[in-house]
Design a protein around this ligand. Structure first.
Ligand SMILES: Cc1ncc(COP(=O)(O)O)c(C=O)c1O
Length: 355
């Protein structure tokens, strides 16, 4: 533990770990949880004493505001184990910053930095056996906050619960990903909550994504809500396009989540001499580039999958297949970032933090 503890945590541990019953070679993403969880309530205008308890369900009043008004935000991050059995986080300061931006946007209290970081480090330290060595093995970390105050009145809650739960995960591979470009539905709108990691952003995607799945596409490339002409995100990932030798990704805005993977890949690309521009690509430019052969790669970027190459896209019912590239920029960037995360290469950026 490298952090000094400002807030002492009450810790109640399990009498017997369930780790022996877990098949670490066959983990379905996000379905197995470790023995303990971190919990800290906010009431009377202050954060209360944090606790670590056995992982377990808890009771809420049926009128709790999270159920009715969706005041809920979350983060997604990972811990990695290196060859010396040391456990590392990747840019946790960025997740804390984004979490608190989400909190402000959803009229929720910001989490105290000490509670977040100390909770994260203490919980992961306790669960370090759940982080397995080897590329692709990770501990997925889910910090979240919900409104637990009661009352079916459409106003912000006065009581909140901040929690961290942990889920061991294998590298996330979703098979060949074909995407459809959104022509009607939107993920986010100007003035909306697209830049927040708010629960409602995800539930709003389920229905259009189901329609896309029914047509044989795994994900949607979201376009701007006003004109549906600018390419913005892919499913729950940021998206990159390589046209000739230049990588393009939309600049962050109030419609786009400021992804930690996205910003890290941009910095790695710049370091490695790969041309990268934060510029919106128009749907018409993408179609044109696919037709004239200058479109080389499209890939999503996010914590869960790291980099997710896309094999083709559909627009106005026409399917465009992408070329198969041996040593793609997507794979090169994925190797570079994962080598930093697993301490297989030098972290010249200072992004990794030891637990
Ligand atoms: C909508 C959306 N965009 C982008 C990302 C990628 O962000 P990050 O790289 O921080 O995981 C995420 C996911 O986690 C997301 O939910």
């Amino acid at each position: 533990m490298s952090l000094s503890s400002t807030y002492e945590i009450d810790i109640a541990t399990v009498s017997e770990s369930k780790i022996g019953a877990v098949d670490f070679d066959n983990l379905a993403f996000g379905t197995t949880f470790t023995d303990h969880m971190f919990i800290c309530d906010f009431k009377n205008g202050v954060w209360q004493k944090p606790q670590i308890t056995p992982y377990q369900p808890f009771l809420l009043d049926p009128s709790a505001k999270v159920f009715h008004y969706g005041q809920a935000i979350f983060e997604g991050m990972k811990a990695y184990k290196d060859e010396n059995e040391d456990v590392w986080l990747f840019r946790p300061d960025q997740n804390l910053e984004r979490f608190n931006k989400s909190a402000v946007r959803m009229a929720m209290p910001e989490i105290d930095e000490n509670i977040f970081m100390n909770g994260l480090h203490t919980l992961i330290d306790l669960e370090r056996n759940w982080v397995k060595k080897g590329l692709g093995n990770t501990l997925y970390i889910r910090p979240f906050m919900i409104a637990i105050g009661s009352g079916v009145i459409a106003a912000p809650s006065t009581q909140y619960r901040f929690m961290i739960i942990l889920s061991p995960a294998k590298s996330y591979y979703s098979g060949e990903v074909k995407v459809i470009i959104a022509e009607h539905y939107s993920r986010a709108a100007n003035g909306g909550i697209g830049a927040a990691k708010a629960a409602g952003n995800y539930s709003a995607q389920f229905y259009p994504t189901k329609l896309a799945n029914d047509k044989g596409f795994q994900q949607i490339i979201w376009t701007d809500d006003a004109t549906h002409t600018q390419l913005e995100e892919a499913g729950t990932m940021n998206v990159f396009f390589r046209i000739n030798d230049t990588l393009f990704t939309a600049p962050t805005s109030e419609r786009i989540l400021d992804g930690v993977t996205r910003k890290s890949l941009i910095e790695i690309a710049k370091r490695d001499g790969i041309k990268v521009e934060e510029k919106s690509v128009l749907v018409t430019e993408l179609v044109e580039a696919a037709k004239n052969g200058t479109l080389k790669e499209v890939f999503g970027a996010g914590t869960a999958a790291v980099v997710n190459p896309i094999v083709g896209f559909s627009y106005q019912d026409v399917y465009y297949e992408l070329p198969k590239i041996e040593k793609s920029v997507a794979i090169r960037l994925k190797e570079s970032i994962t080598n930093i995360q697993y301490k297989l290469s030098q972290d010249t950026f200072g992004w990794t933090v030891k637990v």
